[in-house]
Write a protein that binds this ligand. Sequence first.
Ligand code: AMP
Length: 276
Amino acid sequence: MEELSTIQQVRGWHKAAADVGFVPTMGALHDGHASLIRRSVADGPVTIVSIFVNPTQFGPNEDLDEYPRTLADDLELCRNLGADAVFTPDEPMMYPPGYATWVEVDGLTGKLCGASRPEHFKGVTTVVSKLFNIVQPRRAYFGQKDAQQAIVLKRMAADLNMPIEIITCPIVREPDGLALSSRNKYLNEDERRRALVLRRALKEVEDKFKQGTRNTNVLRSHLQVTIGEEADKLDYAEILTADDLSELAEIDRAAIAAVAAYFGSTRLIDNVVLEV
Ligand code: AMP
């Protein structure tokens, strides 16, 4: 496996590799990331993973400094999963002095996570655009765990005519249902136990939906009340269309139930797709 830390090295490596699958990450890799790498390795001849804790997608009071960094373990995992290369740029390489260009997707990014993290998606779309330009993949893999991110990046790739297929992979969970996240490391025992409410509430909403409930107010209230009982603070509980995050009163096409809540100071997200 090639360990590439400069943009020049990636460009040199790329000359020998045409059909590239790409998995962008912020490191602290877990089985959710591993599922994306496995899928890319299965789909094509060459896989590159990037590991970069992107400062521009963190708000001023967010956890950039505390964000877990486990590079040696991450490299070993990538190697074991059959990745061909890992790209680990540093901050001055991605954002050199004088850096002034941003990629923004309107509309979609004002909802859900974008409402409470106003600069977040601008940072994500900018860094992913830069990584796409550096790596020039044919396919890029993202997790359904960050459902809004996948929708925003599909919009960006289509709008900017990027010749890249965006592939969304299922959420990987702990045996007890908690969605894997690098931020789960922040949870103490009590917070970890209470955080299970996210999955439980979403599962209950999925069951109600399967039993015929279609009214989004009813389903949303269930999420709000159930999560409100266990979380320290509910950020949002929403039911929106799965393709473009529009509001809907009755679920008559694929929808997503998406939640974000704080357990202690840790903000966790989760979601479920409700297919008609
Ligand atoms: P991150 O390192 O948090 O930026 O995540 C990198 C990629 O891994 C994103 O596309 C995430 O959606 C994906 N990912 C994170 N957690 C999970 C999970 N539990 N299941 C599936 N994909 C995930």
